[in-house]
Design a protein around this ligand. Structure first.
Ligand code: SF4
Length: 689
């Protein structure tokens, strides 16, 4: 099983136990040695063949943000050294990524104007760059080389040079951002000169034996940028210069084409890395982006078009993704669902990241769950509600060694995720339900489905050492004339029970759920597979027979405010709204509803004009309300309890918060039960309420 992914390999002189590389992620805790070490060590123990750190800036002006690591600063060494030691103690291997943001840097980070090959502003940073002088270019080369030398001295097993995703070295290769007419710009030969000089300078400092990987951009996905032929020429040039492997990135931060979002089909970018591989012969090539399972990685490697697979976010979602697969426990892998909400979206805000479906990620020290952290005296806990918050609370309590019963009123775990998995691109939300269902069973959690806790259960609830109330939300009803008509349904009816009839649909409410409903109803079915459809819709390829989509509904999406999908994360919102636009969804913002009719919605538009949009079905997606009626039953029981997720706050239904609160509630309740080891006592119970 997974023989191709689990086969040993090598990058230069570095032997690797398997073909799975944990890709670079900026964590936001790079200056905190203990947290960094704990995070990486857990991934090393989990079987990552090689770990690549988040970008470590080679200079302040090249920083991606204030909380980056700085390889050339003396203060940057201790946390990095600690991470290296922890990974090596865990029998792992770790490479430092050498990073320079170029025009993607921010003045606000250190009061420095960003630099670039030419003074070409980006849409990513508000701060226009200045063109590097010859002297500054030479200093930048030295910065990279010193960084590599320091990385080797700190014990790193390799370095990866970031020359992708639109950062400085990528900017030099691209004619879009490199408008120079000196030795560092012009034809491809001169545009490649800086990255090649960086590689040469690194080699001079670290020798031929120290592995150097280049992360190159396989496809910039930017108009008028580097052509495919030039990209392959660049790859060949680095190969002839003695690079040890090429890791192939996709797209720039400014690309108008989504690259890592949910609607990007898994595996769609492998073809780009395969093209690079075909250009460089025996040189190891690493495929990355939108590969989120060992099964898919194994299939990619079995096809033989690349040598390694890099996965980044999947290691956030599950540190043990490789180990579990090796043990034949792939069904127990917590799958990355490409939501970006707790990782990339936070990273862009310069905040420490974590993972929606694994809120322990990057907080391994705050929420320890090793064997040594298990309860000496197992307690008995009830979790009421099996949505995200409840599933995570039950998992964490059980992982801490407690006996847990989870009560779920429906026939299946998952809560709102049961709806989400039906949305185009969100089918992996079903993997989260699969994971928790299997993991809770493995941990011995007693899951009681179709079991609605009620006031009559008081006495049995009293027998527990703690209770987590995670009963989620119910769709909000709107006080709008016509809301009781038979053509009006809730978003839950639309997504769970397909209670939408007719071809024309009006959706009242355009937050995250309204957008999801619009996407679901307007997507239709195509005559080609998902990858072909995606490439066609993004203008990257044309299916031979053309694209035919059937079954789309005509959707009108109404919002009382000005921004459709306001709560959707920054990295995803633009992409999903683009998908809705191309599906013909009509947007009405600043709408004032007047009445729902038997055949539509009457409203005043942003200009104050009365209008009617005809619809066969009207879907209400106007938010939700706390489903916390059981609070009045639980609160008087004198049993420590926690209210989490939508049952606590339905205002901004947020799965990241729900999972986090489930985890935190579990650890806090466990601390009350286990006062000796956690430094708290039963008197802390009151505080938990
Ligand atoms: Fe994946 Fe979402 Fe977790 Fe990021 S937050 S690692 S995208 S599941």
């Amino acid at each position: 099983m997974f023989e191709h992914a689990l086969r040993a390999g090598a990058i230069g002189t570095l032997a690797l136990p398997n073909r799975i590389i944990m890709g670079s992620m900026h964590l936001g805790v790079e200056s905190e040695g203990a947290a960094l070490a704990a995070f990486y060590a857990e991934r090393a123990r989990g079987g990552a063949g090689l770990i690549v750190t988040g970008g470590s800036s080679v200079s302040r002006v090249g920083a991606g943000g204030r909380n980056y690591s700085f390889i050339n600063d003396s203060a940057g060494a201790p946390p990095l050294r600690r991470a290296v030691e922890a990974v090596h103690d865990a029998n792992g291997r770790i490479a430092l990524q050498l990073f320079h943001a170029g025009r993607y840097a921010f003045f606000a980070s250190f009061g420095l104007q960003p630099v670039a090959p030419s003074a070409v502003a980006s849409r990513f940073s508000p701060d226009p760059p200045h063109a590097l002088s010859e002297e500054e270019i030479l200093a930048t080369i030295v910065d990279f080389a010193r960084g590599a030398e320091r990385a080797r001295a700190l014990g790193f097993d390799a370095v990866e040079v970031m020359a992708s995703e639109g950062y400085l070295l990528n900017q030099f290769v691209s004619p879009l951002t490199n408008r120079r007419e000196d030795a560092w710009g012009g034809d491809l030969e001169r545009r490649m000169k800086l990255p090649r000089a960086v590689l040469g300078a690194i080699r001079e400092r670290v020798g031929r034996d120290f592995p150097v990987i280049f992360r190159i951009s396989g496809a910039d996905l930017m108009k008028d940028s580097t052509s495919d032929e030039e990209t392959l020429s660049f790859a060949r040039a680095l190969a002839s210069d003695g690079v040890d492997a090429l890791n192939v990135g996709i797209g720039w931060h400014e690309s108008p084409i989504p690259t890592v979002q949910q609607m990007v089909p898994n595996g769609v970018w492998v073809r780009v890395a395969a093209a690079v591989k075909s250009a460089v012969g025996d040189l190891p090539v690493i495929a990355s982006n939108r590969i989120n399972s060992l099964a898919m990685a194994d299939g990619v490697l079995a096809a033989g078009s690349v040598d390694f697979v890099s996965m980044a976010r999947p290691f956030l979602a599950d540190a043990q993704i490789v180990q579990k697969a090796a043990r034949g426990e792939a069904a127990l892998v917590n799958t990355c669902i490409a939501c970006n909400q707790a990782c990339l979206d936070r990273s862009l805000l310069d905040e420490p990241i974590t993972c929606m479906v694994n809120p322990r990620a990057v907080r391994e020290l705050e929420f320890p769950e090793g064997v040594e952290d298990r309860a000496h005296e197992p307690g008995r806990f009830a979790v009421i509600g099996g949505g995200p918050a409840g599933m995570e609370a039950a998992r964490a309590l059980a992982a801490l060694g407690h006996r847990v019963e989870l009560f779920e009123a429906d026939a299946e775990l998952g809560g709102q995720f049961r709806m989400a998995r039906r949305i185009p691109g969100k089918h992996d939300f079903g993997e989260t339900i699969r994971y928790f269902t299997n993991e809770l069973a493995r941990l011995g959690v007693i899951v009681r489905l179709n079991h609605r806790i009620a006031a009559g259960d008081r006495s049995s609830l009293r027998a527990f050492d703690g209770i987590v109330l995670a009963t989620g939300v119910v769709p909000r009803r709107v006080a709008l004339a016509g809301a009781d008509l038979p053509n009006v349904v809730s978003y839950a009816d639309a997504l769970l029970h397909d209670r939408v009839s007719g071809e024309r649909v009006a959706i009242v409410g355009a937050g995250g759920i309204g957008v999801d409903v619009a996407h679901y109803l307007s997507y239709g079915e195509a005559n080609v597979d998902e990858s072909t459809r995606f490439l066609y819709e993004q203008g990257l390829a044309a299916p031979e027979a053309g694209l035919l989509v059937v079954g789309r509904k005509e959707v009108a999406l109404f919002r009382r405010g000005a921004r459709i999908g306001e709560s959707i994360g920054k990295t995803t919102r633009w992409a999903v709204l683009g998908a809705l636009r191309s599906a013909g969804v009509q947007f009405f913002t600043d709408a004032r509803y007047e009445v729902i009719l038997a055949d539509g919605v009457r409203f005043r538009d942003a200009a104050g004009e009365e209008r009617v949009v005809r619809a066969d079905t009207v879907v209400i997606a106007a938010g939700q309300e706390r489903n916390d009626a059981l609070l009045s039953v639980i609160a008087p029981l004198a049993v420590p309890y926690r209210v989490v997720g939508g049952a606590k706050d339905a205002a901004e239904l947020n799965a990241v918060r729900a999972f986090e609160e489930g985890l935190r509630a579990a650890h806090e309740l466990a601390s009350v039960k286990e006062p000796r080891r956690k430094g708290q006592g039963r008197d802390a119970a009151h505080r938990l309420r």
